[in-house]
Design a protein around this ligand. Structure first.
Ligand code: AHR
Length: 508
């Protein structure tokens, strides 16, 4: 449904409307042993651009360009059947195992040590998940000891013997993955999981009080148990964990206007989780504040063929799975989801785009060949590189649009960041209308004297355009020539289905 011919949205940006800091961890990603994310994704010995450790340097370079902060590993559904010990020690002696989650075979050529080495090369913070599906507290402790104890114990000495002299000092640990999902190996009821997560957390804190622990929330807002799961699990774990996970994926079912309501749906999911957390906090009369780790989010066209998992006697090694190709419209949704995560920086303390390479990913590779950027790469990279300082909540007056099941949501989604020290403010804005351009009218006088550094917009006449290995550059974020600045008033035309970033120099 359209809005109007002269659609305009007003926003006011004021440094007084601070929500909290821009957190680097908002720009995390995810590497799972799934499809070609690890093998022929980050790791491909023999590839012309592989380094001495077998890591693809083209992918390392793109990971840095994407501006990824934290990388969650090794799953995902994979972790719930994973024996981490299989992936350490001499490669020739590591066992091949069935990966039940993705009906594949994993030769365990990449394990914890390789991932830690890759993370250091990529300049990212590793975030580790433990298996609370088929395993429990003891194995979580063993892995923690292997990773983080400097030496003098069986597992730490094993790590040293495997070539890593110093402990990895991994701070963030996920206590399992999506344990409410019936598809999960070792799926549990909320009381069962809450009890196990509390045990594991208590014991892990006995090793290191300062770990940052993430307990599993519901695997999506659509789960029948969403809410009650959070209540029961947090009732068991509230004082022992720092964050509760949120996962949410968005699919385009053929109605782009509906798809573009994704940011609105994520916003309401976050608000709901916050209510569930704060309910438990209040019942417990706790002084502690648990926050959200939004550790899986993205567009995922899960009902398409790309997501068909092998079956029967076919247990392939690193098959092409979940290799979604993204449109410009999908990229606008991804940009809007990042805006939403930033707008909720007071409660969303960490987030991970799922995933990094090949599997529902911004970076794609050809085995033995090229690496290239999907459309979704661009809003993520630009937001990660330019959002800094404090997140400002703009006051927004916007026309509304309706799509599919989602009625009456704002056509404009916006957030601002302000780095007083660097003297820079950035406005990130999405026009969610599929039919109308939107004139953004922003009151920026409260920031001080401003001038435009750069205004970039990502949009295309055909919002279904997709990048390919042969052509990943003919649609790129381009200068938005419509921007005007008159005193404290900034205006810009935001095309239909577009993501924009306007960078302002601010004189104090
Ligand atoms: O990211 C793909 C899968 O989605 C993950 O393995 C799982 O946690 C989620 O359901």
């Amino acid at each position: 449904m359209g809005i109007s011919e002269t659609a305009a949205a007003k926003i006011t940006i004021d440094p007084a409307f601070s929500v909290g800091p821009v957190r680097r961890r908002t720009f995390g990603a995810f590497v799972e042993h799934l499809g070609r994310c690890v093998y022929t994704g980050i790791f491909e010995p023999g590839h012309p651009q592989a380094d001495d450790d077998g890591f693809r340097t083209d992918v390392l370079q793109l990971t840095r360009e994407l501006g990824v902060s934290t990388v969650r590993y090794p799953g995902g559904n994979f972790v719930s059947g994973y024996r981490w010990e299989d992936g350490v020690g001499p490669v020739g002696q590591r066992p091949a195992r069935l990966d039940l989650a993705w009906h594949s075979t994993d030769h365990n050529v990449v394990g914890v040590d390789e991932f830690a080495k890759w993370s250091a090369k990529a300049g990212v913070e590793p975030m580790m998940a433990v298996n609370l599906g088929t395993r429990g507290t003891q194995e979580a402790l063993d892995l923690l000891e292997y990773c983080n104890i400097d030496g003098g114990t069986a597992f730490s000495e094993q790590r040293k013997a495997n070539g890593a002299e110093d402990g990895y000092g991994i701070r963030m640990w996920c206590l399992g993955n999506e344990m409410d999902g019936p598809w999960q190996i070792g799926h549990k009821s909320a009381p069962e999981y809450g009890r196990l997560a509390a045990d594991a957390a208590r014991a892990m804190r006995m090793v290191d009080q300062d770990l940052e622990l993430v307990v599993c929330g519901s695997s999506s807002p659509g789960m029948d148990t969403f809410g009650e799961w959070e209540r029961v699990v947090l009732s068991e774990t509230y004082e022992l964990v720092d964050l509760i996970s949120a996962h949410q994926y968005f699919e385009d079912f053929g109605d782009l206007q509906e798809h573009l309501s994704a940011g609105q749906r994520m916003e309401s999911f976050i608000k709901d989780i916050v209510s569930h957390i704060d309910h438990v906090k209040s019942v417990k009369k706790s002084a502690k504040q648990v926050n959200i780790s939004f550790d899986e989010w993205n567009v995922w066209h899960a009902s398409r063929d790309e997501s068909k998992v092998p079956s029967g006697k076919d247990w392939p090694v690193a098959p092409a799975l979940l290799e979604d190709r993204y449109t410009v419209g999908d990229a606008v949704v991804v940009g809007d989801l990042l805006i939403t995560l930033l707008r909720n920086t007071d409660r969303v303390h960490s987030a991970n785009l799922a995933q990094l390479v090949n599997v529902i990913a911004p970076i794609m590779t050809e085995p033995g060949g090229r690496a290239w950027k999907q459309t979704t790469f661009h809003p993520f990279a630009l937001t990660s590189h330019h959002a800094a300082g404090t997140v400002l909540q703009p006051a927004v007056e916007s026309p509304v649009v309706s799509g599919g099941q989602t009625a009456g949501f704002a056509a404009l989604s916006a957030v601002a960041t302000f780095d007083a020290e660097a003297g820079e403010a950035v406005v990130f804005a999405v026009n969610r209308s599929v039919t109308d351009a939107l004139t953004l009218d922003a009151a920026v006088a409260d920031l001080g004297n401003v001038s435009v550094i750069e205004a970039a917009t990502y949009a295309n006449k055909d919002p279904y355009w997709q990048a390919t290995a042969d052509d990943s550059t003919s649609v790129l974020p381009a200068e938005n020539g419509s921007v005007t600045l008159d005193g404290g008033r900034l205006t810009a035309v935001l095309p239909a289905v577009s993501w924009s970033m306007i960078r302002l120099a601010v004189e104090a």
